[in-house]
Write a protein that binds this ligand. Structure first.
Ligand code: BYC
Ligand code: FE
Ligand code: FE
Length: 472
């Protein structure tokens, strides 16, 4: 078998060429990955030249290069943030002890499960988004979609590196399984619910990158506080790329809202839909749907898994090392209201069992910050509408609120009241058909679809009419 020069092929800072066992595993996995990418990656654009950034080092400021690349030839690299000298386990029972550079035997299964769950989301999102290139509202947006896709591919590489380098045969088997599951497949679905939902239109794509990639930001942040140092360092670098994914979602929705406001002012009845826009109340429904699906990704409010992950030092809170002083979190409690006998009542829970909720609260606060910016944009454009986040109890399918009905303000309601109003709160079939009807590709450089405002800034300081994607 010919040996590829992986140091050339795969930009890395893990001394790949000197690790024979790992190289052997990667040589087997790499063709399977490419086969997966060609089958499940962006449909119809594998031959286009796309203006993409590629991670080439971990230097702040200089970590990425921009240039035209055909996606199957993207250089998916393996980068870990530089080790922090004398780093200690940030939280849990081992807080303050030296970090681990090998997998601690007693936590092997827990750790593998966390890494596999994280890994599974990355190819899942590529699969969900594979048809969107065909309806891109501009070349700028198409390029951003593909940028997100190749970087989620790189995040899969990052996790597969950990599995193959640290988990032996089990890890190699898991790496293979990651290419076998499929988003939305009835027989072999992806692990977490949000990653089996369809992503048929660009309002969904922007909602997904705003809310679901942001779950990624917070989960990666929690894993960057892991006592298993290779995981912490890997996640720290992934967060660098994640910032762009989040801005694609935040700015995408902001542009939809700005355009809606403009059309609202042009229409005699103040109806953006009458002029082919996506009206603000429709955007609100997509926010409700994707915010709550993403809340589900944090797991149950009360979770012994979460307590175990924290106690073992495998996962910390958001900014555990920097923002907390009590890193053991023993004896402390928190209030997580629960439904008992048809009423929502206060409920004292051991803090460690509430760690999923602690992370979810940090996430919701971050989303709230973005909603404020969207509302500032609506105000600036003179819209009569504002958007908001529903309560974290609304429309949940995981955790202690699943199986009950709450209105967007968080009040407990009965099934009749829910059924009577759900079409006001969540996308209806008719809404989906309407939004789908607007999804037509706009491929001329500098032009954008009617339902979305033009971007304010180009990628890497490029001019508005820059040709972000070139077709053959
Ligand atoms: N869907 O105690 P519970 C990203 C399962 S996103 C389906 O409530 P736990 C990205 C759970 O597995 C970040 N099943 O939850 C974004 C458990 O099953 P078992 C991804 C679910 O374990 C965009 C049972 O329910 N990273 O990077 O405390 C694009 C009860 O579990 C769901 C991670 O998730 C669900 N939503 O916490 C690309 C980090 N929720 O054991 C990429 C790693 C729960 O009974 N994962 N279940 O069979 C974790 O830390 C934990 O697995 C979770 C769940 C926080 C997800
Ligand atoms: Fe990712
Ligand atoms: Fe992402």
């Amino acid at each position: 078998m010919s040996t590829m020069n992986y140091d050339d092929r795969i930009p890395n800072n893990v001394n790949l060429s000197s690790d024979k066992k790992l190289l052997k595993a990667l040589e087997k996995w790499h063709p399977a990955y490419l086969a997966w990418w060609n089958e499940m990656g962006p449909e119809g654009y594998q031959n286009a030249d796309v203006y993409l950034r590629t991670a080439v080092s971990t230097e702040p400021g200089g970590w990425a290069q921009f240039g035209y690349v055909k996606m199957p030839e993207y250089r998916w690299g393996i980068f870990l943030a530089d080790p922090e000298p004398d780093r200690v386990v940030p939280g849990g029972d081992h807080a303050g002890e030296a970090v681990w550079n090998e997998v601690p035997g007693e936590y092997r299964n827990l750790l593998r499960r966390i890494i596999v769950t994280q890994a599974d989301t990355e190819p899942a999102s590529v699969e969900q988004q594979r048809w969107l290139g065909q309806t891109a509202p501009s070349l700028y947006d198409m390029r951003n979609l593909f940028q997100v896709n190749v970087e989620e591919g790189r995040h899969l590489w990052a996790m597969v590196y950990l599995l193959q380098a640290y988990f032996g045969k089990d890890g190699r088997d898991e790496a293979d399984d990651l290419l076998a599951r499929r988003a939305g497949d009835a027989d072999k679905p992806r692990i977490l619910d949000a990653f089996n939902q369809p992503c048929p239109d660009w309002l969904t794509f922007f909602s997904f990158t705003m809310f679901t990639d942001r779950d990624g930001k917070y989960q990666l942040g929690a894993l960057a506080e892991s006592g298993f140092d290779p995981l912490a360092r890997t996640c720290k670098f992934m967060l660098t790329e994640e910032a762009h994914h989040l801005s694609v979602g935040e700015l995408g929705i902001e542009r939809v809202l700005r355009r809606a406001s403009q059309l609202e002012r042009e229409d005699p009845n103040g109806d953006a839909r009458a002029l082919g826009g996506i009206d603000v109340p429709t955007v609100q429904k997509w926010i409700n749907y994707w915010f709550t699906y993403s809340l589900d990704l944090f797991g149950s409010e009360i979770s012994t898994n979460a307590a175990d992950f924290f106690g073992a030092g495998l996962k910390g809170r958001w900014r555990e090392a920097d923002d907390y002083t009590d890193h053991r979190a023993i004896g402390a409690t928190m209030n997580i209201p629960q439904v008992k006998a048809g009423r929502l009542v206060d409920n004292e829970v051991a803090l460690r069992n509430g760690m999923n909720e602690v992370l979810r609260e940090a996430y919701a606060k971050d989303c709230e910050r973005v909603v404020k910016r969207w509302n500032a944009a609506l105000e600036e454009e003179g819209s009569q509408f504002r958007v908001s986040l529903p309560s974290t109890r609304f429309f949940r399918r995981q955790g202690i609120y699943a199986g009950h009905h709450f209105d967007p303000s968080g009040a407990l309601i009965d099934a009749t009241a829910w059924e009577a109003q759900r079409t006001l709160w969540l996308p209806t079939e008719e809404d989906r058909i309407y939004v789908a009807s607007l999804m037509k590709p706009v491929l001329r450089p500098g032009q954008v679809a009617n339902w979305i405002a033009a971007p304010r800034r180009g990628i890497n300081h490029q001019a508005p009419d820059f040709e972000y994607v070139r077709f053959e």
